[in-house]
Design a binder for this molecule. Structure first.
Ligand SMILES: [Zn+2]
Length: 396
């Protein structure tokens, strides 16, 4: 069995709490051994075992790969003109989703596949080794099923988001559309999906619709996630906690009751994570979620990109970390934890977002001595190498 040793590590982020290692479980003067796609040993560099191959980290920091738990990659076309109009003063309402639905329905499988793979590769070069991918721009039985089938070619973390928006052909008949989502569309999507999600927002789906869709999705064996409280206050966050969703995403407009519900659920391993998506606020020029209020209340927080062509066309987790630190007052350690271990919690995964024996050998090597540089040097391509399942992804 071929083994790979990573040594000359300046700082290792394990996300395994250790005395003196802080939230990130920082270790120094250690090496890491990979076999068969897994971490099999971490210990003092001077005791490193012999290995078939070696990667010299050159004194750079080594971190778990980013876990991007919220992305919409199956689409066609772009909405650069809408972005430009918004930057010139037009408000964001979410209505542009229908533009992408039209382009996505008209696209070939290969066109959609090319976009998914291009964006997945783009994310990987920026350190993302686990990526959730949603459907939601097909909104017919056949188009949702094919979106998920294409997403499932590149990730195990696929999410059925038939309830993204009510499509134009169901205008004024949301109950009929929810019936389609809960019936034939769910049946067609389930073989390719691990999760079900609903855009629970004024102008999209209300709490009764969201509850109906999530309940039948859960009965079909899917885990629950929710787009909640992005554009205004609403029932989404508390509904997600009540139903045992793995994550409620956006969380930009929260009441005290919302925060209390999230904090209460954070006391268990299968609680509901608050996933913050600062790329969306950046790209819609909106106020950022109050991360400090959530963290100070004890809520488990994740960071993700929300990569989509309308409201957040970035695949960059380092960019989201930098925004979280500068704009949302998270500490660099909190932001790095949220983008790695937090994302893993939001996907109920224990094998990623962490570096310890038995974990997946998903990691990144920085051209910088510390994780601090991810926020300290925004916009700089600091990621020198990425290992996914123990396999180097970049040419050094
Ligand atoms: Zn989203």
């Amino acid at each position: 069995m071929s083994s790979l040793l990573v040594d000359d590590i300046g700082e290792l982020v394990t996300n395994v709490p250790t005395p003196g290692g802080g939230l990130l479980g920082l270790r120094r003067d250690v090496a890491l051994l990979v076999e068969a796609g897994r971490v099999v040993w971490i210990g003092p560099a001077r005791y490193a075992p012999a290995a078939d191959r070696r990667i010299d980290a050159g004194g750079g920091a080594v971190l778990p790969g980013f876990v991007d738990s919220h992305a919409h990659l199956v689409f066609a076309g772009d909405r650069a003109a809408e972005f430009a109009a918004r930057m010139a003063g037009e408000p964001y309402t979410g209505g542009g989703i229908r533009t992408t639905v039209g382009a996505t329905r008209a696209a070939s499988d290969d066109d959609l596949r090319d976009t998914v793979r291009r964006l997945r590769d783009e994310a990987m070069r920026q350190g993302t080794t686990t990526m959730e991918i949603k459907s939601g721009y097909g909104l017919t039985v056949a188009d949702e099923a094919r979106s998920l089938r294409i997403a499932a070619e590149v990730t195990a973390e696929t999410t059925f988001l038939g309830a993204h928006v009510v499509p134009a052909e169901y205008a004024g008949r949301p109950d009929d559309y929810v019936g389609l989502v809960c019936g034939p569309m769910l049946t067609a999507a389930t073989p390719y999906a691990r999760w079900v999600d609903v855009f629970c927002e004024r102008g999209a789906f209300d709490a009764d619709h969201a509850r109906a869709i999530l309940t039948v999705g859960q009965a079909a064996g899917l885990g629950l996630r929710l787009h909640a409280n992005q554009l205004g206050p609403g029932p989404g966050v508390r509904l997600g906690v009540e139903l045992g969703a793995a994550s409620v995403d956006h969380c930009t407009h929260l009441s005290d009751a919302d925060v209390d519900a999230l904090a209460g659920s954070a006391t268990t391993d299968d609680g509901t994570v608050a996933t913050l998506l600062p790329g969306a606020e950046f790209s819609t020029r909106s106020p950022y979620p109050d991360a400090r209020r959530l963290l100070d209340a004890g809520v488990t927080v994740a960071l993700a990109t929300d990569c989509n062509p309308g409201s957040s066309y970035t695949s960059s987790m380092p960019f989201c970390v930098a925004l979280a630190v500068r704009e949302m007052r998270m500490t660099p350690a909190e932001a790095v934890w949220a983008a790695t271990a937090g994302g893993a919690r939001a996907l109920r995964r224990t094998d990623v977002g962490v570096l310890r024996p038995g974990a997946r050998a998903d990691l990144m090597i920085l051209d910088a001595p510390s994780h601090l540089h991810l926020a300290y040097r925004p916009g700089v391509p600091l990621i020198r190498q990425v290992l996914h399942n123990g396999v180097p992804q970049c040419r050094l």
